[in-house]
Write a protein that binds this ligand. Sequence first.
Ligand code: FMN
Length: 183
Amino acid sequence: MAYQIVALVGSLRKESFSLKIANALARLAPPSLKLDVTTLHGISFFNQDLEANPPADWVAFREKLQKSHGVLFVTPEYNRGIPGVLKNAIDVGSRPYGKSSFLEKPTGIISNSPGPLGGVNAAKSLQNILPGISGTIMGQPETYLNNVGDAFNEKGELVKEALQKVLEQYLTAFAAFVQKQNA
Ligand SMILES: Cc1cc2nc3c(=O)[nH]c(=O)nc-3n(C[C@H](O)[C@H](O)[C@H](O)COP(=O)(O)O)c2cc1C
């Protein structure tokens, strides 16, 4: 049986490196993991006024998380934090209070940037936000992918061997982590 992992992409951009990385991860994943690459286009703004009668897109997003065996965040850094669209999705998934859909889901974080710091602040920001509402976050290997601007060709295929190796190492560790957490 393959563990179902929701891979949340923190960028809405069509040519997003985060999306391309998530797609590469889905392709490289071992047979024990099935990554469902999930963009956040359809998730409406969180508004506490709507909690009693939540919009269908919130319900669908929460159900998807609940049915999964784990969550993997693949995100860029915006202004030393996470993009607003990702924070909004986390807020939606975290409610109702005490019933977060992220709870008990083994969690992975991969940040990236075309710049030199690999989006490390976005990853650290997630480590601040998640612990009260998520499952255990995998600690090692810490994965902040820098200089991703030359990693893909015009078809969106991964062409940087060193990056592929890092992704494969991450997936090996994450597969073992997810298995252990779901045991
Ligand atoms: C609003 C905004 C803020 C950004 N802030 C940062 C930043 O703090 N650190 C960083 O490394 N890159 C920053 N960038 C550059 C992004 O890393 C770059 O645009 C990246 O391609 C976005 O991710 P994506 O390719 O998945 O869409 C920022 C980009 C935007 C649009």
